[in-house]
Design a binder for this molecule. Structure first.
Ligand code: B12
Ligand code: SF4
Length: 463
């Protein structure tokens, strides 16, 4: 079949934007091509940035242009990747226009947004034929095989119409255990230069200018933080790739594609400390000349001096550590995040002593927080030897324990939609804590540490 995979345009709140490569769609394309289909990728989020209402910006190609491109390719199937609430309307619009132009094209949607909202997607987009929940390298192929054979029944995680106005939903149960069996992301199908230069627009998460690519060494995370919904895409079980398999991909990224910096995008890279150490040793043994970091956050658990030392030796320039709240009570009891203050202090000491810069990720706005606890939390964070901080506000994403609790206690309605820019615009669920107060805590913590561009200065000073 001729398959076109499209990454939806996105809505952003700032005009500088780091463009990381879209691993999900590249993985999906590689698996689809491996099964003998004719595949292409259109990243429709690469395009002009246009101011729209509410202080937001539309980032990507105009729908007319996307439709023109689709008709040039004449695909049998179009798959649209949509991760964020704020992109859903754009995806629906593209699907509607595809069907209006050519009703024989089969439309499929996938990604984080679909994995969270499931039936809602089919209900809101009458032109959509199928949606697939979660990791889709296997299920998408199965759907294509069935479509070729004239049926589409019983694909794992598939949402479709039942023929009588209802929705048919097959639960997502199957996850790929042997990730080494997957082909590497199809980097030859995208305009890699755009991602490699992502740092020119926003300096590689503050790290300065170097051609960069991403690497996913494992999928998911076994922990159960109350605000996190990653398990809806990748399941509850942490699944690692072998270190050798990661090295083979790194070799390509560095030598074939020319990357000099690698972003490790795992949800829980440090879960098995022995594996992290082996990963670093093999980078050194293979003599890879690269710099790397962990922008998606690293758990402070399990960090020791040997790990920090090997990370540094293998080129790690900085890590982001998920502190979340400076209060242990909030972190443990409200966030269900089993990381202690002493584990955070230990990790910082290890990284500082080897010269790895540390960005602390801090959250305010957890339902149940008190002003008194937050005052203490602010003071604790200010004592930490951090290089810089990123301070955000909690978002109760659908599908999380946090969201379900808020709905059950009546503090949130199902009709409330939570969009990503709420990270910037706080919602207060706590009596006696105003939004102004939340902004003040954020400003106090941010004001205490250098801005993120300190990372670039440190990296440049080393070169
Ligand atoms: C890299 C990354 C980015 C990159 C690229 C995003 C992208 N589209 O891939 C950039 C830097 C652009 C980015 C930006 C943001 N991100 Co981001 N990002 C990630 C990260 C770390 C990795 C994504 C990834 O590569 N995953 C691995 C691949 C294999 O999985 P996948 O992408 O989900 O794809 C699989 C399935 O979803 C499915 N699938 C995907 N597409 C399709 C299409 C079809 C047709 C089908 C059938 C299936 C399918 O199959 C794929 C293969 O198995 C994730 C965390 C994570 N682990 O996913 C956060 C994450 C998605 N991001 C998040 C956030 C919050 C953001 C930002 C808001 C950050 C910020 N504060 O500004 C912005 C939002 C930008 C915007 N307005 O749109 C959150 C989302 C939280 C939520 N909504 O529930 C996550 C989950 C991180 C987290 N734990 O908080 N992000
Ligand atoms: S440790 Fe990170 S990825 Fe794992 S559940 Fe908590 S927030 Fe999610």
């Amino acid at each position: 079949m001729r398959v076109l995979l499209i990454a939806s345009p996105i809505r952003v709140i700032q005009t500088t934007f780091h463009r990381a490569e879209l691993l999900g769609i590249e993985y999906l394309a590689a698996a689809t091509r491996g099964a003998g289909h004719d595949v292409s990728i259109m990243d429709a989020s690469i395009g002009p940035i246009t101011q729209i209402t509410g202080g937001h910006y539309y980032l990507g190609l105009a729908t007319d242009e996307i439709i023109r491109h689709i008709s040039d390719i004449a695909p049998d199937v179009v798959g649209i990747s949509c991760h964020y609430e704020s992109s859903a309307g754009y995806s629906y619009d593209i699907i509607k226009r595809i069907k209006a132009a050519s009703s024989s094209i089969i439309t499929v949607m996938g990604g984080l947004f679909v994995s969270v909202h499931k039936a809602r997607v089919i209900n809101e987009c009458p032109s959509l034929d199928y949606a697939l929940v979660g990791e889709a390298e296997s299920s998408f192929l199965e759907l294509l095989t069935n479509l070729e054979a004239g049926s589409s029944s019983d694909v794992d995680g598939c949402i479709s119409r039942d023929g009588s106005g209802g929705v048919r939903l097959i639960p997502k149960k199957l996850f790929i255990n042997n990730l080494d069996a997957l082909p590497f992301p199809a980097r030859d199908l995208v305009d890699l230069a755009v991602y490699m230069q992502g740092g020119y627009q926003q300096q590689l998460y503050g790290l300065g200018y170097r051609p960069s690519l991403s690497l996913l060494t494992s999928r998911s995370c076994p922990r159960t933080c109350s605000f996190c919904n990653m398990k809806l895409v990748h399941g509850q079980k942490w699944r690692p790739r072998s270190v050798e398999n990661c090295m083979d991909e790194l070799e390509q990224s560095l030598n074939k594609w020319g990357a000099e910096h690698i972003h490790i995008m795992d949800d829980n890279f440090s879960l098995k400390p022995g594996r992290v150490k082996e990963f670093c040793r093999q980078i050194v043994n293979r003599n890879f000349k690269m710099r790397w970091n962990t922008p998606n956050g690293l758990s402070a658990k399990n960090v020791d001096m040997e790990m920090a030392h090997l990370m540094r030796k293998s080129g790690c320039a900085n890590v982001s550590i998920a502190i979340e709240s400076g209060s242990e009570i909030v972190r443990h009891e409200l966030m269900n995040k089993n990381v202690s203050n002493s584990e955070i202090l230990n990790a910082l000491e290890c990284f500082n002593s080897v010269g790895i810069a540390v960005v602390g990720i801090v959250l305010f706005g957890m339902p149940g927080e008190t002003a008194e606890e937050n005052e203490k939390a602010v003071q604790f964070i200010k004592t930490l030897p951090l290089t810089s901080v990123v301070v955000q506000f909690v978002v109760p994403f659908p599908g999380t324990e946090l969201y379900n609790d808020l709905i059950a206690s009546g503090r949130l309605q199902q009709s409330d939609t939570f969009e990503l820019d709420n990270y910037a615009n706080p919602v207060s669920f706590n009596e006696g804590i105003s939004i102004e107060q939340m902004e003040l805590w954020k400003a106090e913590v941010r004001g205490h540490f250098p801005r993120l561009n300190i990372l670039r200065k440190l990296a440049e000073a080393e070169e």
